[in-house]
Structures are given as C-alpha cells and as structure tokens.
Design a protein around this ligand. Structure first.
Ligand code: SAH
Ligand code: SF4
Length: 358
C-alpha cells in the first residue's frame, strides 16, 4: 500500500475540529512530543496552508512603569539605556516595512506614561492616513482602562496583544505585582472594544509546574484567542530572576502543538525568544504548528536596548535582511512567507469546547 504524502493527507482531510479540553488533557499527559508535532503540523497545514504570515515588530519605547521580575527592561533595571522613538521615526519605520510589502505591524513597548492613549491614537491615525491605510496595526503596550482601548480601536488600531504570562494566579502576582484577574479583565475589555485579541504565556518561569503548563493551554482555549504568543522564559542577568534555570525548548514546542490542536484557526508566532534559545528554535516552532514570524523592524540603534531577555537574535541585522533570511529558513520546511494582513479567521462557536478549562 502506498503511504500518502503529507500534501495528499492534508488535501483529503476535512477541516479540523478543535480538540476538547478533555482531549487536550489526555494528549498533554500521554502523547510523545513527536506525535504532537505531527498532529499539530497537519492541522496547521489544513487551516493555514503553506503560508507563514509576517508581522513587522517595532519596539517603540523601552520605558516602563512596571517592575515584572522576569523582564530586562523592568523599571528597576538601572543598566538599561532608555529610549523613546519619535512619531516621525515610528512612521518612517512602518513606511519602510510597507514599501517592502509588509501589511501587518506590531507596535510594542513598555508601559510608558509618556505615550498617552491620545498620543497613541494620533500615531495610529497618522500611520493609516500616510499611505498605509490597508496595513493592520497591532498594539502591545500593556494594561489600560476600558475607555482607552475603545479610543485606540476607534482610531483605527486593529489588534491588541497582552499575554497573561502564566495561568497560575499565585505565581502571576509574585512575578508581576498585580493580579491575573486584572490581566484577564483587560483582555475582556480589549475584546469588548472590538479588537482581534492576542495573548499567551511564557514557559519555564521559576515556580511553574506541569499543571501550570496545562492550565496555560486551557486558558488560551477558554479565552478563544485570535492570536497566541508563547515562548521560553530566558533569565536576564540584570533581573531578580537571573539565577533561574533555563527550561528546554521542548516545553515550548509541546505547548505550541497543543495550542494549535485546541485552536486550529489561531495565528501563532514562532517567537524570537525560541530562536534566541536554540539556533533553529523558530523553525522547530513552525514545524510544531506555528504560522507567523515577526521580523524585527526596530532601528538598529534602539533594538539593542530593548532586551527583554539576553541573547536576542537579529540585533546586528536590519529587519529587511531578517526577512530575506527567514525566507531561506522556511524553504526546507516547504513553507512560503506571506505578506498578507493575516486577520483573525474567527471561530465557529458550534465547534468550540465551552468547558471552563480549569
Ligand atoms: N509591556 C508589554 C509588552 C512588552 S513585553 C507587556 O508586558 O505586555 C512583551 C512580552 O515579553 C511579555 O508579555 C513577556 O511574555 C515577554 N518577556 C518579558 N521578559 C521575558 C524574558 N525574560 N524571557 C522571555 N520573554 C520575556
Ligand atoms: Fe514592562 Fe512589559 Fe517588561 Fe513588564 S514585561 S516590565 S510591563 S515591558
């Protein structure tokens, strides 16, 4: 009997149904990593095809009022050279990416009071009115109040990213000085404002258990996220967690695969953190069900000061060069880079497992 090729298998199968929380739990405990990778890769190809979406990342400020224990740009780290990009610099960075074909941009920064909501709204409007009207803008600048999210959405921002970081409420408070509940409330506000919603978590935080890793996946499922970013925690030498041990990438790979099986339609990036931990970390993550890459477009003079964790890749490269390199890196995986906006595909509610995921 002829064994079907991957393409034949993909074409003949019906669109995948999201796994229930019970099925996810079963796989979490019993499936080998290889089995998870195979299943998740197949589901990803069925829903997203060969395309790997590009999102251009612009790290526009490294000022932050927060002091998250894990983060290299936390308020308390005196060694950081702080910067803020001007509106003109941000706009020209977006425009350069746009000329290169990118239609999806992520503006990320610390929780910087200098970037008031009105200022961010003006920035979004300027980007959209200065030749980039059809580009999607994702904001990732922390917790704000409900009215602020509504204003940013009204100004034309399309998506918002706010990782819940860890689904363990005790660990969350310990690491972030505020509660998981507040973070989840913000995600509710973001959804209510009409954004496409992204969240996610880190793997390997000190104090995290196997149970936490399962809860992280089930929380993504319960939140019905459009975008899910998850990557390894990498201890930063200038933070209180500098002596934490580094967990293997395998935890990230298993989680990506399970999240793909729980939420087939979600957009899942292969994170820079994965690529920084292991040279082919991003490739391994794509092979395990991720479908997004985020070339770093931040101008060189700034990106070296946006070190959330050490050993970040692409610091000496322009974002545009990164795209060319990513293109070559995707070839052996039989994937193509896609310059599409890559909006949320949305979930058919009838297929969703409505369990509470606890
Ligand atoms: N200030 C915003 C966005 C910037 S931080 C916020 O906190 O939401 C973006 C992400 O970087 C965080 O959500 C966190 O998951 C990740 N991060 C921070 N420190 C890290 C570390 N040491 N290793 C890996 N990822 C880290
Ligand atoms: Fe600030 Fe975000 Fe870093 Fe926390 S993770 S210190 S909120 S930049």
């Amino acid at each position: 009997m002829k064994i079907p090729t991957e393409t034949e298998t993909v074409e003949r199968n019906l669109p995948p149904v999201p796994l229930s929380s019970e099925q996810i739990m079963d796989l979490f405990h019993n499936a080998s990593t290889q089995e998870l990778i195979c299943q998740a890769n197949r589901v990803c190809r069925q829903v997203h095809g060969k395309d790997v979406l590009l999102r251009g990342l612009i790290e526009f400020t490294n000022f932050c009022t927060n002091d998250c224990l894990y983060c290299g740009i936390r308020r308390g780290n005196q060694r950081v050279t702080r910067y803020r990009m001007t509106e003109a610099m941000i706009l020209s960075t977006v425009q350069k990416g746009y000329q290169r074909g990118i239609r999806s941009f992520v503006l990320q920064g610390g929780e910087d009071r200098n970037f008031t909501t009105d200022r961010i709204c003006r920035l979004v409007k300027t980007i959209k009115s200065q030749g980039c009207h059809d580009a999607a803008i994702t904001l990732s600048c922390g917790i704000r109040c409900r009215e602020d999210y509504v204003k940013m959405r009204d100004a034309g921002a399309d998506r918002y990213l706010l990782r819940f970081e860890t689904a363990d409420p005790v660990l969350h408070r310990l690491l972030r000085e505020n509660s998981l509940e507040d973070r989840l409330k913000a995600l509710e506000d973001i959804r209510a404002a009409g954004f496409q919603v992204g969240s996610g978590f880190m793997l390997g935080l000190p104090g995290e258990s196997k149970e936490t890793r399962l809860k992280n996946i089930l929380l993504c499922q319960r939140l019905e996220l459009d975008m899910i970013g998850l990557g390894p925690f990498i201890p930063h030498p200038d933070t209180p967690l500098k002596h934490a041990s580094q967990h293997p990438l395998e935890h990230t790979i298993r989680s990506v695969a399970l999240v793909r099986l729980a939420l087939p339609q979600a957009h899942i990036p292969a994170t820079t953190a994965a690529g920084s931990l292991v040279p082919d970390g991003r490739e391994q993550t794509i092979a395990a069900g991720a479908n997004v890459l985020m070339p770093n477009l931040t101008p060189m003079e700034f990106k070296q000061n946006y070190l959330l964790y050490p050993g970040k890749v692409c610091l000496r490269e322009k974002g545009i060069q990164d795209i060319t390199r990513l293109h070559h890196r995707m070839k052996p995986l039989n994937r193509n880079l896609s310059f599409a906006r890559g909006d949320a595909l949305g979930y058919p509610l009838t297929n969703m497992d409505k369990g509470d995921g606890k």
